[in-house]
Design a protein around this ligand. Structure first.
Ligand SMILES: [Cu+2]
Length: 189
């Protein structure tokens, strides 16, 4: 019994060795670049004490250049605002998608959009749906999107849902740096 077991074990070792040698070997270790995470919060004017002036915090910020970035926007925007195509589409992200409360989508119905985070120069657009109204504490909408940043430069971002003041909704926060428009700088310094 002992010798039979010995032979069986030996055959098994040979078989394992053969199957391992046949496995394709990577030519070199792939370079894994770390993914950078950035977090933004979109507050209502009510929350900041400036009714009618929703605000992205921070609105002016720096992201690493030529990098994969995961942007998380936690939004308390509770009213939909007038916006037109193509700003209902997710654009410029990995797979053309964003996560809305964990669910992958490639667009948001126009009537549900409260804000957008859009950088026209990069063809980047993240539609942000309005918070659902229900009893109890406000549950923010969380939008997560991954995209690759340019090698350098400073770009203006703009919200394209008319969430500001005035008849058109395009005054106040919509045209004031630090609220619904701002500057994103791409730099590794
Ligand atoms: Cu807005």
């Amino acid at each position: 019994m002992k010798s039979i077991f010995g032979i069986t074990a030996g055959v098994l070792v040979v078989l394992l060795a053969v199957s391992c040698s046949q496995a394709p070997k990577p030519k070199s270790q792939p370079v894994v670049k770390p993914v950078y995470h950035a977090y933004l919060t979109l507050l209502t004017g009510q929350m900041t004490g400036k009714p009618g002036w929703p605000q992205l915090q921070p609105a002016d910020f720096t992201l690493p250049a030529d990098s994969d970035v995961v942007l998380t926007i936690t939004s308390y925007g509770d009213d939909s605002a007038m916006v037109s195509a193509p700003y209902d589409k997710v654009m410029g992200t990995k797979d053309g998608q964003e996560l809305v409360n964990g669910q992958a989508v490639s667009s948001v119905p126009l009537k549900q959009i409260a804000h957008t985070f859009s950088i026209d120069a990069l063809k980047l657009n993240l539609p942000i749906p309005a918070v659902q109204h229900h009893k109890g504490p406000v549950v923010p909408v969380v939008v997560v999107a991954e995209f690759h940043t340019p090698v350098s430069g400073t770009q203006t971002w703009q919200c394209y849902a008319a969430c500001g003041t005035g008849k058109s909704g395009w005054e106040g926060s919509m045209v004031t740096d630090g609220f619904m428009t701002g500057k994103v700088t791409f730099s590794n310094r």
